[in-house]
Ligand binder design. Sequence first.
Ligand SMILES: *[C@@H]1O[C@H](CO)[C@@H](O)[C@H](O)[C@H]1NC(C)=O
Ligand SMILES: *[C@@H]1O[C@H](CO)[C@@H](O)[C@H](O)[C@H]1NC(C)=O
Ligand SMILES: *[C@@H]1O[C@H](CO)[C@@H](O)[C@H](O)[C@H]1NC(C)=O
Length: 437
Amino acid sequence: MDGRTRTPVIIDTDPGVDDTLAILFAIASPELEIIAYIVSFGNTDVHAAYDNIYRLYQAIGRHIALHPEDAARFPNFSPTVPPLLAVGPEGPLEGGRHFAQYFHGRDGLSNISERHPDLNVDLENSSFCDNFQPVKESGVEVALRLLESRPDRSITYVVLGPMTNLAQLVREHRQTVVDKIGRVICMAGALDVPGNTTSVAEFNVYADPYAARELLIPTDITSGLPLDRVIIAPLDITSNHELPFPHYCQKVDPAFKSTAQPSNADGKSPLVHFTSSVFERTREIMLEWGKDAMELHDIVAIWCAIENPPEINPVRGLPGMSTGWVVAQRTFDIERTGEITRGMFVTDRREETTTYAPGANRAEVQAQLDLRHLGHGLLESTALPARVNIEDPTLLAGGQGEVGLEQKERKGVACLVETPGPSVLLQLLTRRVWGIQ
Ligand SMILES: *[C@@H]1O[C@H](CO)[C@@H](O)[C@H](O)[C@H]1NC(C)=O
Ligand SMILES: *[C@@H]1O[C@H](CO)[C@@H](O)[C@H](O)[C@H]1NC(C)=O
Ligand SMILES: *[C@@H]1O[C@H](CO)[C@@H](O)[C@H](O)[C@H]1NC(C)=O
């Protein structure tokens, strides 16, 4: 650990197949000190997602009971400093509730509750529960308490699901967040690639586009997240980080097949039985979609948290990153109510740098100008936006919000565009989670 202190992390999650692997990775990472899980709706409903934390901890507990020599591999599985476990939001800030059970199963873990009842939580044998601490407080209360009790800017808040809990926290306690939060890392969105829920939307943003927009697209300096400390990991970068299932067979579980030949607990370690039981259905779905691999979306976000702790002396502007990690500042808007584009990151690809603000709806600007009697006809008004910008940049900011020329000043969001590479992650993940060199 080269003397560095562990980064305290709050994991806001909706487990979920890849969330579950991401959490395993976090538990197996000595750079992190998991201080809380805030469980959200998302991949499945909040209660099923909550149960999956128990399932996961039970699997590690059984594993360590049989293989005590592996205990050191899971520095975050320890009764001495158990992370808090809180129930977060059951649905989005606004709009309908959507799950991704088509991919994750009703229980969120590929229907293992039906296929592998041996992995259901056995509360008779529940010593694994000493390793986390369920609390009655809400997700917002837990996050607030932790931010207040820790040194300023020490905590990394990682969002692996919809951003609803964080948006509620910012609504209610924005100043505390601005003063105290060290870093925010969200697996969210799709910029220049297709979505994974609709043709244009990534699931987490689709599930609560209101929360994502409130946090990432501040309307003025008193709203949104402190963007100098925010990193998002969109599908653009996460999708090419994969766990190829042939690699999993070769390195971890040679008996790994499909739901036709479900994982058998005999002869494998409890942890391998658990992950194989979850992945056997994921593999079938991914094969239907054309690849024999699982995409490591949430795992990339955790990896980013491992390697990029909050900065001690941040410089204003883009967050500083460790070697091998690159972010690019991107400006976009987020569709909340689109008929077919809900949750889309809308990028202004027009090569326009002079007259209109990025993202401006030119017809709407025209209408606003006409409304204020600034235009005197079609020809003249075409040149107006630039003049208005110089004379009074706030003129168009009211009402609509989206139209305002103030958007020209918008800072944008740091989006992850480079990591040390998929093969580095695959090796690290395999070593940490399953103990294989
Ligand atoms: C989960 O089980 C239900 C009902 O048994 C089934 O309809 C659904 O397709 C299954 N989902 C997955 C992801 O396997
Ligand atoms: C439950 O605990 C008993 C002993 O208390 C043990 O023999 C048994 O193997 C445990 N069951 C599981 C599934 O871990
Ligand atoms: C879509 O992306 C999210 C990233 O958070 C991931 O949890 C989910 O499994 C992905 N869904 C599919 C169908 O790939």
